[in-house]
Design a protein around this ligand. Structure first.
Ligand code: M6R
Length: 607
């Protein structure tokens, strides 16, 4: 989950590294550090906390260097535990993203052979292992070290004795190379490269590479040379900047209409007979699936819950949704005839990746629904449906969730049309409604735009909250609760509204706010109103995210945030805009670090 970067041939390597690290900070912000090759050897700077703390130090001068922003796994966030880590000679430095699972054993061996290890990290052993194998060829030393390592790594090494190059390796941790004019770069995420180049090479598991100013030498897992395939990234730098908003999260909420427009662009045929999958997954695996299994984590899992309702309603195909982190360890059953869909913004979530490998081994056909182009999930699945939400930087996922839901609308329509579950007229009507969704989201930004004072008042003094919804809005309620707990540290639980009376109702007091997501046209509207009554009878106050056409709801709740009306199938789109704004303003009112919530990282590449 850490961010890593390396540069070769930069007029001022230190400044390029620090700038790149700032773009990677969402991957971890416990500490940051750089190592630059200078006339004096290797100069290393490290600082606990944000990259800004590193920036205060005088920059070393050099053209080659590596950098790291840390999300702590082994050892607390101290300077000693910050990367880069050095070998005994202090002429070699390493940055690493991932986990060296056998580091304890490797560490004891190194200490027995006289090495001095100065940190509590798993990474430091890598520097010393490479030191032992370095006899004038840095690449060979790294390649000889890799078989000793159990675990995952995006690994970058620089040495004062090979001052014109950096060497990197990848195993289950993202790494891509940036190919510039007389400059080479690498990073864990594309956003750190965009300022310099959009031409990239994605590393595969087991691969190693050596970067000099003029060329990239790439090697496969057997150390055989490989021709690098250069791809063009579809994003630009502006898309990765804050663009005048105070936080990336707020910017990304405001980008929802545009993101939705993109997910549907060119994909909404009247007849719903297209579903835009890249790769080798045959159309028959979609159309002929007897069952769909959605696997994902966090917000992407909740998008899968919403997706289940959409696909079951539109296509009549049974859909099961499971947490990737659980599925990967569950007993294996044969799953022939199952289409497994892996939903992920980053495409690098370790649990989702492992779930995919597991599902494939069980006989599932595999489809990734992913935002980051060229990510591991996108490359390893048989087919990929790109979410086209643009770069999402805020740790709290927003626009990617909406585009995941958008992807399920397209899939549901496609399956419904091609399997004869929907009539041509129904397809036409649904496609027409989908076309209006970007506008609906835009209107929701307006109708719910002034929610800031209410967010402050409603959650004031509360330590806990419930978010309730039924059916398609159950996953939405879960997502609303996750969002508020992750950025405002208010404990919130999403519940299927009918479940409250089976236990959790006992918790309710007047200080326990309850948010309900309900659309006036949903079949369960009446029971939702009854559930609201049960909650209010216990003195709890209720805020409803309700449609503009709902002339009844205000009689039953304390506050209403309005969103534009739609078919209840599409209510999650405007409603999540309102839920996101509510969470954002509640967190802001509490003075929380919205884009970088404590203990979290954007991309969870460890299990
Ligand atoms: O990149 P992914 O979509 O696979 O990430 C999955 C979760 O880690 C992610 O959605 C997480 O729950 C977000 N921080 C939620 O806002």
């Amino acid at each position: 989950m850490c961010g890593i970067i390396g540069v070769v041939g930069m007029p001022n390597a230190a400044s390029a590294l620090v700038k790149g690290l700032k773009r990677l900070e969402y991957r971890g912000y416990d500490s940051a550090g750089i190592a630059v090759v200078t006339g004096k050897g290797l100069e290393i700077q490290r600082a606990v906390g944000a990259v800004a703390n590193l920036e205060r130090q005088a920059a070393p001068l050099g053209t080659v260097g590596i950098g790291h922003t840390r999300w702590a796994t082994h050892g607390p966030p101290t300077e000693a535990n910050s990367h880069p880590h050095r070998d005994c000679s202090e002429r070699l430095a390493v940055v690493h993203n991932g986990i060296v699972e056998n580091y304890q054993e490797l560490r004891e061996g190194l200490q027995a052979r006289g090495h001095r290890l100065l940190s509590q990290t798993d990474t430091e052993v890598l520097a010393h292992l490479i030191e032992e194998r370095y006899h004038g060829d840095l690449l060979a030393a790294v390649q000889e070290t890799l078989p000793l390592i159990e675990g995952s790594y995006g690994l970058v090494v620089v040495s004062a004795d090979a001052p014109d190059r950096i060497v990197c390796a990848r195993m289950r941790s993202p790494l891509l190379l940036g190919v510039g004019q007389g400059q080479m770069l690498l990073a864990s995420d594309a956003t750190a490269l965009l300022e310099h180049t959009r031409s990239v090479v994605f590393l595969e598991d087991g691969e190693t590479a050596e970067l000099t100013q003029e060329r990239v030498r790439l090697f496969d897992a057997h150390r055989k040379p490989k021709i690098p395939v250069v791809r063009e990234l579809p994003w630009n730098l502006e898309a990765a900047e804050k663009g005048g908003f105070d936080h990336f999260m707020l910017k990304e909420i405001h980008e929802i209409p545009e993101a939705l427009h993109e997910v549907f662009r060119g994909r909404l045929g009247m007849a719903g007979d297209r579903f835009d999958v890249e790769g080798a997954l045959p159309e028959s695996a979609l159309r002929g699936a007897q069952r769909i299994l959605v696997l994902a984590c966090g917000t992407s899992y909740y998008a899968g819950m919403v997706g289940r309702s959409i696909v079951e309603q539109l296509a009549g195909v049974p859909v099961d949704v499971q947490l990737a982190s659980e599925y990967r360890y569950a007993p294996q059953t044969t799953q022939e005839g199952t289409l497994a869909i892996f939903v992920s913004q980053s495409g690098e979530t370790a649990d989702t990746l492992e779930a995919m490998r597991r599902a494939r081994a069980s006989g599932c056909r595999t489809l990734a629904m992913v935002n980051v182009v060229g990510s591991t999930l996108a490359r390893e699945a048989e087919g990929v449906f790109y979410l086209r939400a643009g770069p999402e930087i805020g740790v709290a996922s927003t626009k990617a969730f909406v585009n995941m839901v958008g992807g399920f609308y397209l899939l549901g329509l496609h399956l419904g049309a091609t399997r004869g579950h929907l009539t041509p007229d129904e397809c036409k009507r649904l496609a027409g409604e989908m076309r209006t969704l970007p506008r609906l989201a835009q209107r929701a930004l307006e109708t719910a735009g002034d929610v800031a004072p209410l967010a402050g008042e409603f959650f004031h003094g509360a330590e806990h909250a419930f978010y309730l919804g039924r059916q398609i809005n159950h996953g939405l309620a879960m997502e609303g609760a996750l969002k508020i707990k992750e950025i405002s540290y208010l404990h919130a639980e999403g519940y299927a509204a009918g479940e409250l009376k089976h236990g959790p109702l006992a918790l309710l007091t007047p200080d326990f706010p309850v948010v309900v997501a309900l659309s006036d046209k949903e079949p369960t509207y009446g029971v939702m109103v009854s559930n609201i009554g049960e909650v209010r009878a216990r003195g709890a106050k209720v805020l409803a995210i309700a449609t503009e056409t709902d002339a009844n709801v205000h009689k039953h709740v304390d506050h209403v945030v309005r969103v534009p009306a739609s078919d209840p199938l599409f209510y999650p789109v405007p409603a999540c805009v309102a839920l996101y704004l509510l969470a954002y303003h509640a967190a802001r009112g509490r003075g929380c670090n919205i884009d970088r919530p404590r203990n979290l990282a954007k991309s969870v590449t460890v299990e």
